[in-house]
Design a protein around this ligand. Structure first.
Ligand SMILES: [Zn+2]
Length: 655
């Protein structure tokens, strides 16, 4: 595709124009040409409206390693997009001039014309008043029209944007720049009751071909998106690059997995590096180790020379790398230049090794399963075992003892961590009491019993608290001092971390987030209160709602039914999501967290449910609390086990 091999992502919003001097560092380095293609993106308009509202929202039904950002209440409108077009026209003019500067410095033109790719603002389905076009006021929502009509109007706006872009770029008479194509911002394709991106892109296809433009896509990695990527051309993309997301997520995929997945699908890879972006892994050492794996992977798996690469380089900080005070950043800059030229050679990585010298036995007691595992210091689960939860407290303790002794022989173990339902005194390691899910589970001196049986230090805490500790140690809370964790399983549990400390309360009863009442006259809850959020937003709550609606089924079946657009199932999910959103709005007001991390099986219900959650929070939470908080999906598959292990590691690093 016109020599598209290395596409650099350049983020700047209208209001901060690109100049030719800004662009020179992307196009060339001291001794040669650099990125052959530049992708111009802008998250927001100068007035704060979003060009790509809720970009990753609901990317997957699997709940696998993805997140969803707040749905912007203010998607862009026509005047914002007019300003965006001007911004890009200026950027392309600056790029043209920058190439002339590079030519003068390097003494000649590059082999191919340099490519520009320009973002298309995402026509958001919550935009009901985008603006007028040809005498018609465009509404993208399904509030007052059906989905086909809404999609048609979204298409009209996108076509207008593309036509305007092409017309204005033609007027520039660029000498050195080829407008290669446009970029689809949304990192997942949406097909839902209110959005149909497949149809929109299908209809857009002939229009783009007529203009000679390619459509470029860089999907977020999730099981769902990889499935779409399987045949991305049939989704009307000309070029696609897979985001490994390895740089940002500890429990995510490896570079090797990403390389194989991309190669099998004929897609490119997104290289991911950043300097000052506020991302989960802020520790420079680990960032460096991980980026080294991306570079080495280009040699090992062949993508340096054999496929195209997109380059996420943080927010406009790449130009500072050649003269950065940290020599490692300067080395990486030189390595990027070599990589783009196809001349990078493998450099042994100082990657953080699996901490197999730090092992914990983790036990997770739930109402249905008693799970045990050996976990290392990086949060890898090395061995695991699961049995149905025994019926009596004595049998549970005996089963825990058997599991711990079996795992204790596997290596040098620092201790045993136990996550259990119920209220726990963690200092004495005693289970105080529990709900009906664990009958008779009260006044159990769990820590001392396990310690005397195994000789290992043993730590016990409540499952909601453990989930929060798991997020703090291994998950989305790693770089976050204030956050709330919600776990939506059979019930709704959670934990609150404030100023890096777990909030336990004076009687170890803090964090009973499932029992926040969201309806004073609601149904009676087992806790004695009425209208607790758990009665809606949990597996048991959804099953209850389904039964009341005359279609008895579990949450998973309900989710499947909702996906087939069954209006009763959709209504139940939205009701449950609204109740959870109401509770979260209260949590935002109480704690002002930086994140709310949502995990548990119910999260797999995806879009419909989580969309209602975030819509409700957007409507109900005060702006300050809402704007400083991100709602994220848990990255962790084994929060209970990892939280139990975290108890051990926290204790061993404190001594
Ligand atoms: Zn309750």
């Amino acid at each position: 595709m016109n020599g598209l091999r290395h596409l650099a992502l350049l983020y700047r919003n209208p209001g901060k124009p690109w100049t030719s001097e800004d662009l020179v560092p992307y196009l060339s380095h001291a001794n040669g040409w650099l990125f052959d293609s530049l992708l111009f993106l802008s998250p927001q308009a100068a007035n704060g409206r979003h060009f790509c509202a809720d970009i990753n929202r609901g990317t997957t039904m699997s709940g696998e390693g993805d997140f969803f950002a707040w749905c912007s209440p203010t998607p862009s409108a026509r005047p914002d997009e007019e300003a965006l077009l001007l911004h890009y026209v200026e950027a392309l003019r600056a790029m043209d001039a920058a190439i002339t500067i590079c030519q003068d410095r390097l003494g000649g033109a590059p082999q191919n014309k340099r490519n520009a790719v320009v973002m298309i603002p995402y026509p958001h389905h919550s935009q009901s008043a985008w603006g007028e076009l040809d005498g018609e006021s465009l509404d993208f929502s399904v509030t007052n029209q059906n989905l086909d009509q809404a999609t048609q109007r979204r298409l009209v706006a996108v076509r207008w944007y593309i036509d305007e872009l092409v017309r204005r770029v033609r007027e520039l008479e660029l000498r050195n720049v080829h407008l290669l194509g446009v970029y689809w911002m949304y990192e997942s394709l949406r097909y839902s009751w209110d959005v149909d991106d497949h149809w929109l892109l299908k209809e857009l296809r002939p229009h783009l071909q007529e203009k000679g433009l390619k459509l470029v896509w860089i999907p977020f990695w999730s099981r769902f998106n990889v499935h779409q990527l399987d045949d991305y051309a049939s989704y009307y993309f000309d070029a696609a690059f897979l985001q490994p997301n390895y740089m940002f997520y500890k429990s995510g995929k490896t570079v090797e997995q990403a390389a194989r997945a991309a190669r099998a699908r004929g897609a490119g890879i997104e290289m991911e590096y950043y300097l000052q972006l506020d991302e989960p892994i802020a520790v420079g050492k680990e960032r460096h180790a991980r980026f080294r794996e991306y570079l080495n992977g280009g040699v090992t798996y062949g993508y340096m020379r054999k496929s195209a690469c997109a380059w996420f380089l943080g927010m406009d900080t790449f130009a500072t790398m050649p003269t950065h005070q940290d020599p490692a950043e300067r080395t990486f800059h030189a390595d990027i230049c070599r990589f783009v030229a196809g001349e990078y050679t493998f450099v042994p990585s100082s990657a953080v090794a699996p901490q197999t010298d730090r092992l914990a036995i983790a036990i997770d007691l739930g109402g249905t399963q008693l799970r045990s595992a050996l976990v290392d210091g990086t949060g890898r689960v090395l061995r695991r075992h699961s049995i149905p939860t025994p019926s009596s407290p004595a049998a549970i303790v005996a089963a825990m003892r058997t599991a711990a002794l079996a795992l204790a022989g596997e290596g040098r173990v620092s201790g045993i961590g136990i996550s259990t339902g119920g209220r726990v005194d963690p200092e004495r390691g005693i289970v105080l009491d529990a709900t009906a899910l664990l009958p008779g589970w009260r006044d159990v001196p769990l820590a001392s019993q396990l310690r005397s049986a195994t000789g290992l230090s043993t730590f016990v805490d409540n499952d909601g608290h453990c989930a929060a500790l798991a997020e703090q140690t291994f998950g989305a809370g790693r770089d976050c001092s204030d956050f709330v964790t919600l776990v939506l399983g059979t019930g709704l549990g959670g934990g609150v971390i404030l100023a890096d400390r777990l909030l336990r309360g004076v009687a170890n009863a803090a964090g009973e987030l499932g029992h926040l009442s969201v309806s004073a006259d609601g149904p009676r809850c087992s806790c004695g209160n009425r209208g607790c959020v758990e009665l809606w937003a949990s597996g048991s709550g959804l099953a209850r709602l389904a039964t009341e609606a005359g279609m008895p089924m579990d949450a998973k079946a309900l989710g499947l039914l909702a996906r087939s657009n069954d209006p009763r199932a959709v209504a139940i999910l939205r009701e449950a999501g609204t109740k959870l959103g109401t509770a979260i709005a209260g949590l935002l007001h109480a704690f002002n967290p930086e994140k709310v991390v949502i995990g548990g099986a119910v999260v797999a219900l995806g879009d419909l449910f989580l969309g209602a959650v975030q819509d409700t929070v957007t409507q109900r939470a005060m702006a300050t609390a809402r704007q400083s908080c991100t709602l994220v999906r848990s990255e962790l598959q084994d929060a209970g086990l990892l939280g139990a292990a975290a108890l051990v590691f926290a204790a061993s690093s404190a001594t």
